[in-house]
Design a protein around this ligand. Structure first.
Ligand code: NAP
Length: 496
């Protein structure tokens, strides 16, 4: 549990207007324009961020390229890069409350979760890639004796990173840390509604010893600033987390510009499948509730489709509703809140639109469904559960990215697999059964990049996160993520 005293010291701290961080220093947009930042806690203005455009992206990419070419970071010995990244991990830990509270004021995640998932995870990620960087070797191929075939991986150049608002520090670090560890320079475009903690991270990176230009942050709207980064001809790789619609556009931007590599981590509509022989239905009910409602459902892997075997459907649903009723929705800076605020008024309205469409399509509302605490000025929504959902309804097909669970019955394993795979997504899944053979069959048949058996959600940095189908084409986390940010080069050396 987070410390209320430490939170109280920070909850009302004034936040200066925020410039971009380009070439090692803060700077405003050239035309001086800014965007207002509102807190989802109470709808009040927190501060402003600089409103960047193509000009600021040009400056940041030029700085990143200069830094890469000069080699102050890209040519530094791996052991040197390791020291800086581990120092950054220590600084993140030392500033954990500052980063977490700043992020929560900006994006609305409940503080208990934010502390672990944001600075906690970011520190672990920088430490992991820092420690890895001097332990990854090239290869010598088994060629004939008169030649040496060298195979090595090296940095590629300038990496553009675009991230969403749900876990900015965690998801940002999953990309920035391996990209920097490999020796690249980075230009980051955070989400408008979650830029503050990432700007602070970039300052801490400078303090840790990262050379100017190796990590730049340009803030502004996705459709302008993000587009300029994605279309830039001097960006070599684009690493993106966000929605499928924008991911699709980024592939087009790559085709229209320099064919930069585009790695996409996209949305999901993840099935969480409950068989009657689950080792503990109580544990399954608790995990199912946490697996959809924490962070107001704004979690890419959230188990938003609960598939329940008909034999236990009504009893299990009653357990899920009872667990849900125990959750407290409230101020995300209050340590007693299990669920904080929805990130923006637009997202809240979108969630409520899905509630209306589910009712219209014939689903039965059995918990929640409404905006609450509106007198606070903030954006809060009740955890919401629908039953009598059929697999073809809009709420069973589209990612809501809000606190909305649909419950769908199934008869047998075959039907569970059919329903589980009947969306365009393939990000995560849960399978609850004591039958090991069934678990293995399901792991093979369910088309998801991440499958949980008798649990839901896994945070360890050592395990990759990636999607199948329209949930993405890359992978974050683990040593596999380093591959995205390195070029595989070979050399033939004639030794006679
Ligand atoms: P989004 O609307 O796709 O935005 C993601 C990022 O793209 C933001 O920084 C946004 O900037 C920027 N952007 C918007 N339009 C752009 C354009 N034309 N060109 C370049 N960049 C552009 O997604 P979101 O609503 O922020 O995030 C929710 C989505 O992320 C959900 O689908 C969720 O499942 C997915 N997600 C996936 C994972 C994973 O690991 N697979 C993890 C977390 C979230 P602005 O916001 O400033 O406009």
């Amino acid at each position: 549990m987070a410390s209320s005293a430490q939170i109280d010291e920070l909850r009302n701290a004034e936040i200066e207007p925020q410039g971009h961080l380009i070439d090692g220093g803060r700077q405003p947009s050239r035309d001086g324009s800014v965007l207002k930042v509102f807190s989802p806690r109470d709808g009040k203005q927190l501060t402003t961020i600089a409103n960047g455009g193509a000009g600021e992206i040009d400056l940041a990419v030029a700085s990143a390229r200069k830094s890469f070419n000069e080699g102050s970071w890209s040519q530094m010995a791996p052991v040197g890069r390791k020291k800086v990244l581990i120092r950054l991990a220590e600084l993140i830990e030392a500033h954990a409350y500052e980063l977490a509270v700043l992020g929560v004021r900006d994006n609305g995640t409940e503080i208990n979760m934010a502390l672990k998932a944001e600075p906690g995870s970011a520190a672990g990620t920088f430490r992991y890639y820092g420690e890895a960087v001097d332990k990854v070797y090239g290869e010598i191929a088994p060629t004939t004796n008169n030649v040496i075939g060298l195979i090595e991986r090296g940095p590629i150049g300038v990496v553009g990173v675009i991230v969403p608002w749900n876990f900015p520090l965690m998801i940002g670090s999953w990309k920035i840390a391996p990209a920097l560890a490999a020796g690249n320079s980075v230009v980051l475009k955070p989400a408008e509604t979650a830029s503050l903690s990432l700007l602070r991270l970039a300052e801490l990176a400078l303090e840790a010893g990262l050379p100017a230009g190796a990590f730049n942050v340009v803030t502004g709207p996705g459709a302008i600033t993000g587009e300029a980064l994605a279309l830039h001809n001097d960006v070599d790789i684009l690493a993106f987390t966000g929605s499928g619609g924008i991911g699709r556009r980024l592939l087009e931007y790559s085709a229209q510009s320099n064919l930069k590599q585009v790695f996409l981590e996209l949305g999901g509509k993840s099935p969480n499948i409950i068989f009657p022989d689950a080792p503990s239905l109580e544990k399954a009910a608790k995990a199912s509730v946490n697996g959809i409602f924490r962070n107001s459902g704004q979690v890419c892997i959230s188990g938003s489709r609960l598939l329940v075997h008909r034999d236990i459907h009504d009893d299990f649903l009653a357990m899920v509703v009872a667990e849900t009723e125990k959750l407290t929705v409230g101020d995300p800076l209050d340590t007693a809140s299990d669920i904080g605020a929805v990130n923006s008024i637009q997202q809240l309205e979108k969630n409520l639109g899905y509630v209306a469409s589910a009712i219209k399509e014939g689903a039965t509302l059995c918990a929640g469904g409404e905006r609450i605490l509106s007198q606070s000025g903030g954006y809060y929504m009740q955890p919401t559960i629908f039953r009598n959902v059929s697999a073809d309804m809009q709420i069973a097909q589209e990612e809501v990215f809000g606190p909305l669970l649909c419950v769908i019955p199934f008869e047998d394993e075959e039907e569970a697999v059919r329903i589980a795979n009947a969306t365009d997504y393939g990000l995560a899944a849960g399978i609850w059964t004591a039958d090991l053979a069934r678990a293995h069959r399901m792991i093979k048949k369910v088309q998801s990049g991440v499958i949980h058996v008798n649990c839901y959600g896994g945070t360890d940095i050592t395990v990759p996160l990636s999607g199948m189908k329209q949930s993405g084409n890359g992978h974050d986390k683990s040593l596999h993520a380093l591959e995205k940010y390195t070029a595989l080069k070979t050399a033939w050396i004639d030794i006679g």
